[in-house]
Design a protein around this ligand. Sequence first.
Ligand code: 13P
Length: 249
Amino acid sequence: MRRKIVAGNWKMNGSSELVTKLIGGVKSELSAVDKGVEVVIIPPALYLRDVQQEAGDSGLKLGVQNVSQYESGAYTGEISPAMVADVGAEFALIGHSERRALFSETDETIAAKVQCALTHKLTALLCVGETLDERDAGQAETVVCGQVERALAGVSGDSWKQVVIAYEPVWAIGTGKTATADDAQQMHKTIRSLLEKLDAPADTISLLYGGSVKADNAAQMFSQPDIDGGLIGGASLKADDFARIFKAI
Ligand code: 13P
């Protein structure tokens, strides 16, 4: 059985006030969701504890937007996977396209982050996706498969259980342009076939779609056979919108 996951990536947005308002609103809608669905909040790390406190025993899960590939030590500004696990967060986004493009994260760094996150029993939520130029050049599948293969090269055995992949076409992020459900399904199917070739338990690995997911397109995305949930940016900042999305799964 694959995990059903809807995660809200707040990016660099939020405040103490937003935490109270948003988590209060989200919590009140959780009873409408199937028990098996994991609803995850991924706030700026500074607000993790506040979100956790506000979430109480609601069942909301927590994640971070980035982790270090190092264990501990002289790495000013970094947060280690061990620290993330220590405060009770379970998910680490790794390789988001904004980190690749704006903070020069390479496939090599991303692979090291995945390894470190897995060592500390976090769920590594690996983000992959092509740019518009790459799609227009007919390179989308090659680019995405390359990213998956290089990031997960060191994963084996039971560690696969902690891997989740989010396909987020770069041109669909924050633009209001969503991939069609057919195109998204096609890419998810391609990723699953690649996982099989890599000897991963492909049928058990959850694949999420991200990129302008909204309340009115979520149900169609989530009904695709290879799409197991979503990674939501802008729409996760409003309790009503986010709730309508996670209730659509
Ligand atoms: P939007 O939902 O705002 O397009 O962002 C998607 C995303 O980047 C989630 O990680």
